[in-house]
Design a protein around this ligand. Structure first.
Ligand code: PMP
Length: 386
């Protein structure tokens, strides 16, 4: 009944469990959600009044596929991206950026390397577009480049997909040396790097590292997002890439949705021009940074020493590795009955893996909920780890 390409559509485990985890009484560490109490509502309302006064009815008109020029200019001026606004396109969330770019670069069967574990939404996009996926492990300092090079000696790949800053799901970031070595491999073996960076601005300690794109602008396609730093409902993201990539993605975007919401673009641009972002970001960093600390300390003080925790400097997630024989899918079902949720590790793999791991989100629970939720989980985790 449906076209063949639909056979490759998967439903996201996280989206499927979101309904369960949003039941009253459940403490959810599952979704990668920002805290709704921190959305900059007053500043967005002020920006909305501003754009109504400036543009009136024009706000609701169709607009350019690549995005409102001044908005693209703002991104070109304020982010560490190479090039001008001609090398930026606005997308309907960075998720659309991943999809449009994949459709433009990948034929069915082309090889993409992903991180193991990796962002589930990207895995869905690549699978739907019939890419041939292989995964290479990442540790706390970045990808296993020996494994990657070994692979590259045998096979030609089109693309390497990565979240180098505060990865989803591990929370860890690539060290500078690994960043440099990865782009050197891309240059040597001639493949694209898709640098997905929605958490890059959410750094709570340490120094910002150069983006992969800044190390190799001709090789890297970078994806940015306003979802984590302003609000996901606005569905605004951007791609920064060499102009030929932007031009072809623009044509693909015309097919997809003509353009991202002009109203939302004007709203965010006005919010940015009114200077509301720096103080808002400071607040997010302060609150989320504190929650990261509380979650990390609670987990490490309550769980056995054999349980390994990732140690992120930013983002929204902590990754936890239980004993080798643990089964976090089973643990998930028991945890729901105790009123607490997380995402089992195997959801982040193309072919199983991390069955003894789990991802905790810390941005959408306050310190009380974090402590309470981990207390509910501790006995279950200790049982599972034995
Ligand atoms: N990339 C990563 C790594 C993500 O975690 C997410 C959202 N969870 C996205 C992309 C998509 O974000 P959005 O479409 O809201 O910009």
């Amino acid at each position: 009944m449906f076209a063949k390409c639909t056979h490759h559509l998967n439903s996201s485990f996280i989206r499927d469990i979101l309904a369960v985890t949003q039941q009253p009484g459940i403490i959810s560490f599952a979704g990668g959600l920002p805290d709704p109490t921190l959305f900059p509502k007053a500043e967005l309302a002020k920006a909305a009044r501003g754009i109504h006064n400036q543009y009136g009815g024009d706000l609701y008109q169709y607009s350019e596929t690549a995005g409102i020029p001044d908005f693209r200019q703002w991104i070109a001026d304020h982010y560490d991206t190479p090039g001008s606004k001609e090398e930026i396109i606005i997308t309907t969330g960075s998720q659309q950026g991943l999809d449009l770019t994949t459709r433009c670069l990948i034929n069915p069967g082309d090889k993409i390397i992903v991180e193991a574990p990796s962002y589930l939404g990207a895995l869905q996009v690549f699978t739907a577009n019939q890419a041939s996926l292989s995964a290479i492990p990442i540790d706390d300092e970045g990808p296993d480049l020996d494994a990657l090079e070994h692979y590259l000696e045998q096979e030609r790949i089109s693309c390497f997909y990565t979240v180098p800053d505060f990865q989803n799901p591990k929370g860890t970031s690539y060290l500078l040396q690994r960043r440099k070595a990865l782009v050197a491999l891309a240059e040597r073996y001639d493949f694209w790097i898709m640098e997905d960076a929605p958490y890059r601005e959410l750094r709570y300690r340490g120094e910002t590292l150069p983006s992969l794109q800044s190390l190799s602008p001709e090789r890297v396609i970078r994806f940015g997002s306003f979802s984590k730093i302003i609000a996901p409902a606005l569905r605004l993201g951007w791609i920064s890439a060499p102009q030929p990539v932007i031009k072809i993605v623009e044509k693909m975007k015309q097919c997809a949705d003509l353009h991202s919401s002009g109203y939302d673009q004007h709203l965010v641009l006005e919010f940015l021009r009114q200077g509301s972002l720096p103080a808002h970001l400071e607040q997010l960093k302060q609150v989320y940074g504190e929650r990261l600390k509380i979650m990390f300390n609670t987990l490490s003080s309550q769980l056995p020493e054999t349980v390994k925790l990732s140690k992120p400097d930013g983002g929204m997630f902590i990754w936890t590795e239980l004993s080798e024989t643990a089964d976090t899918m089973k643990l998930f079902r028991k945890a729901i009955k105790q009123g607490v949720a997380f995402v089992p590790g195997e959801a982040f793999h193309i072919d199983g893996g991390s069955k003894n791991c789990l991802r905790f989100n810390f941005s959408n629970s306050d310190s009380e909920q974090i402590q309470q939720g981990i207390k509910r989980l501790t006995a279950l985790i200790i049982n599972e780890s034995e």
